[in-house]
Every structure is written in structure tokens, then in C-alpha cells.
Design a protein around this ligand. Structure first.
Ligand SMILES: [Zn+2]
Length: 434
């Protein structure tokens, strides 16, 4: 019992140690999948350990329940023994009472015999006195009362006979009394034997009562232990369920992180492919035109190259002699030489601010408003494909190259406006060919 109790305490201690180590494992914040793997494996290990503690505890509980049930039947047996013993006790008490009564009866009888004996002795003494000693007896009167001498002797004989019968009776009563005394002695012995037996029965009952008390004490202690163990079992259950929840959480985090990595990897690959395609396109264009290629955009707007297939900047941004007026003036965009009808693309997603065929020197032109105070403008178009207020996507075809307005030949006049100011378009546009 004590041994098992110690075992149980050890289990509790082990469980506490596991819980502690668990806290140490779960506290740090990890972010990589590898550390999630480590955490998941640690957590799984701890759950396994808790499961095995629980299983050991369950075995112990089952063992204790058996023990409890055996103690319970022991108590029931003791109770039934006690009842049987108490019945025996009652019978012994009744028997003692009966013997006691018999002894009393015998004593009374002996007393009455003694009285009878006394009377008989007295009678005999009187008769003897009458016959032999007492001078008061008038033998002469007896003689004269007799009819003849024979009658006289007969009368004497009759006295003798009476005296003899008295003596016989005395002897018989004496003998009866002796027998009765023997019987009484036997009853007294029996009584004391029965008294010893009763004392033994009472002591046995006392023993059973003590045993019952001890066994009931055991039962109570074991019940308490069992209740504690069952409570511990339920605590373990809770802990396992919490930990399983944490494990699922970790696995979900890991899954999300892996998904995010996969997505990023795909994005990276796509960007690499796009870059390769673009580089190939540039190479092809260089081979075809052998003209100057604009530098890449250095800003973060990620504008795409606004015209298909053509990369030749026929007139740069900034001050120059105007090709028509021949005056030194500011060129607010870049001119990208391209044949008429070439597709013009929205450099970035946005909302069409202006789409007009009445643009003066710009001719047909489109102006798009983008995020972060950016705008782009596409002029000298031959054809407009979008209308004002329309939302357009980056790389969407919005117009075709032409030479409407003040233009000497087919080209796209492309402007980038930042917070209302003209800026160098080549700083914003990438060589990302649509
Ligand atoms: Zn221009």
C-alpha cells in the first residue's frame, strides 16, 4: 500500500517534470520551418510521454479499483461474521440465563430437602424418645389399651415399624439431596464454562469490530488515493488535449509558412522568366535596330515599357531645340520612334483621366492616373482604345502609335508626371517589355 502510494507520487513528480520541460520548449519564438519541425517533434515527444504516464496511471487506477473492491467484500464478510457472532452471543447469554435459573431451582429444592430432613430427624428423635427414653409414655396404658398380650407386642412392633419407615425416608431424602447437590455442582461448572465461552465470543466480536475499523480506514484511504489519481488522470487529459491543440497550431503555421515559401519561389521564378524574356526581347531589338537602348528605370514604380517592340528614343526628356518650332524649349517627355499602329500599353495600372482626340499639339492622347501621385501621358496616337474613368491594368493595350498633333513622324510621346511635375520618364519606366 505504502509502496504503491510512493510509486504514484513518483508518477506525479515525473509528470510535473515533463510539464516543466515542455514550458522550456515552447517559450522561444521560432520562425523557420526547421525550427517548427523541431518544435513539432518536441511537442509530439512530450505528448507521447504524457500518454505513457497516463497509461501507467490508468493501470495503477485499475489495480487500485480491484484492491478497493476486494476490501469492500472483506468489509461485507466482516459485517456478516459480526452478525453471526452476535447471534451466537445472544444464544450463549440465553443459555447462561437458563443455567443460572436451573441452579437457583436446584438451590431452592436443596433448601426444601434440608428442611424436610430436619423435620424427619426431629420426628425420629421424638419417636425414639417415646419408645425408649421418654418417661412420659405410659407403657401401662399401652398395655391396657391392648386387647391381649399379643396385641401389646404387636403394638410395640408397629411403633418399631413406624420408626424404621421414618429412618428409611430420612436415608432416601439424604441420598436425593446428595444427588441434587452433585447436579447443582455440575450446573455451576457448566455455568462457568459457558461464561468463559461468552467472554471468548465477546472478545471475537471486539476483534471483528477492530478489524472492520482498520479495513474501513484502508477503504477510505484508498478511495481518497483513487480520487486523487482520477483527478490527476483528468489533468493529464487536459494537458494532452492542450498540447495536441498547440501541436496542430504549429503544424498549421508550418504548413502556411511552406505555402508562403512556395508562393514566393513561384513568384521569383516567374520574375526570372519575365526578366529573361525581356532581356531576349531587348537583345532581339538591339539586333534589329542597333539603336540606343534606354537605361533601366531606377525608381520603384515598376512601369512597363509603354510601346511594343520599339526601344529607340528619338528625342530625350529635357531642353532641346523643338523639331517644328526650332526654338530651345523644354521637352516634357520622351519620344519613342515606332511605326503607326504599334500597340501602346499602360505603363502601370490606374484610372484613365483623359482620353481625347482634341489634344492640340498632343493630338490624340491618353492620360492615366496611378497610385502615389503618379500620372502617365501617351500622345500623338492614331487610335484610342480606352475612355475616361475606365480602370486599366499594367500592360493593357490602350492606344496605337500615330502622328496626330504636332509630330513630324510616327512616334509615341510619353510623359511621366510625379505630383504634378514632369520627370525623366526613363527613370521610372523599366525595360519590362509587354
Ligand atoms: Zn515629344
Amino acid at each position: 500500500m505504502q509502496f504503491l502510494k510512493n510509486n504514484y507520487k513518483n508518477i506525479i513528480k515525473n509528470v510535473a517534470a515533463v510539464s516543466l520541460s515542455l514550458c522550456m520548449f515552447t517559450s522561444p519564438v521560432f520562425s523557420s520551418a526547421a525550427s517548427y519541425d523541431q518544435q513539432i517533434s518536441d511537442k509530439q515527444e512530450n505528448i507521447d510521454s504524457l500518454e505513457s504516464e497516463k497509461s501507467a496511471l490508468e493501470d495503477l487506477v485499475s489495480q487500485k479499483q480491484d484492491e478497493l473492491s476486494s476490501i469492500s467484500s472483506e468489509i461485507a464478510k466482516l459485517e456478516s461474521d459480526k452478525l453471526a457472532m452476535m447471534t451466537t452471543e445472544e444464544m450463549a447469554i440465553a443459555e447462561l440465563e437458563f443455567i443460572k435459573q436451573s441452579i437457583l431451582d436446584s438451590e431452592k429444592e436443596i433448601e426444601s430437602m434440608e428442611k424436610q430432613l430436619g423435620e424427619l430427624e426431629e420426628t425420629l428423635v421424638q419417636r425414639a424418645s417415646i419408645m425408649y427414653q421418654n418417661s412420659d409414655i405410659n407403657w401401662l396404658a399401652v398395655f391396657f389399651e391392648a386387647d391381649n398380650i399379643f396385641d401389646f407386642f404387636d403394638r410395640i412392633e408397629a411403633y418399631k415399624q413406624v420408626a424404621k419407615e421414618d429412618a428409611d425416608l430420612l436415608e432416601k431424602v439424604k441420598s436425593d439431596k446428595q444427588q441434587l447437590e452433585l447436579k447443582k455442582d455440575q450446573q455451576v461448572r457448566l455455568f462457568s464454562e459457558k461464561e468463559v465461552l461468552l467472554a471468548e465470543i465477546e472478545s471475537a466480536i471486539e476483534d471483528i469490530k477492530n478489524k472492520t475499523e482498520i479495513t474501513e480506514g484502508k477503504y477510505a484511504a484508498l478511495s481518497k488515493l483513487l480520487a486523487e489519481m482520477e483527478e490527476e488522470e483528468s489533468r493529464l487529459d487536459d494537458e494532452i488535449s492542450t498540447m495536441t491543440g498547440e501541436l496542430e497550431n504549429l503544424e498549421e503555421k508550418k504548413r502556411r509558412e511552406e505555402e508562403e515559401k512556395r508562393r514566393q519561389e513561384e513568384e521569383r521564378k516567374k520574375q526570372e522568366e519575365d526578366k529573361k524574356k525581356q532581356e531576349e526581347a531587348i537583345k532581339n531589338q538591339q539586333g534589329n535596330n542597333n539603336t540606343n537602348v534606354p537605361s533601366r528605370g531606377e525608381t520603384n514604380t515598376n512601369f512597363c515599357w509603354p510601346v511594343a517592340s520599339y526601344f529607340y528614343v528619338s528625342s530625350p526628356f529635357g531642353y532641346r531645340t523643338h523639331p517644328i518650332t526650332h526654338k530651345w524649349s523644354m521637352h516634357t517627355g520622351v519620344d519613342l520612334a515606332a511605326s503607326s499602329g504599334t500597340a501602346i500599353y499602360a505603363a502601370q495600372s490606374g484610372v484613365v483621366e483623359i482620353s481625347t482626340t482634341n489634344g492640340g499639339g498632343y493630338g490624340y492622347y491618353v492620360k492615366i492616373q496611378h497610385a502615389n501621385g503618379m500620372e502617365t501621358l501617351y500622345a500623338h496616337c492614331s487610335k484610342l482604345l480606352v475612355s475616361e474613368g475606365e480602370t486599366v491594368q499594367r500592360g493593357q493595350k490602350i492606344a496605337e502609335v500615330g502622328k496626330t498633333g504636332a509630330a513630324t513622324g510616327s512616334h509615341l510621346h510619353f510623359e511621366v508626371i510625379k505630383n504634378g511635375e514632369y520627370v525623366q520618364p526613363l527613370d521610372y519606366v523599366s525595360d519590362d517589355v509587354h
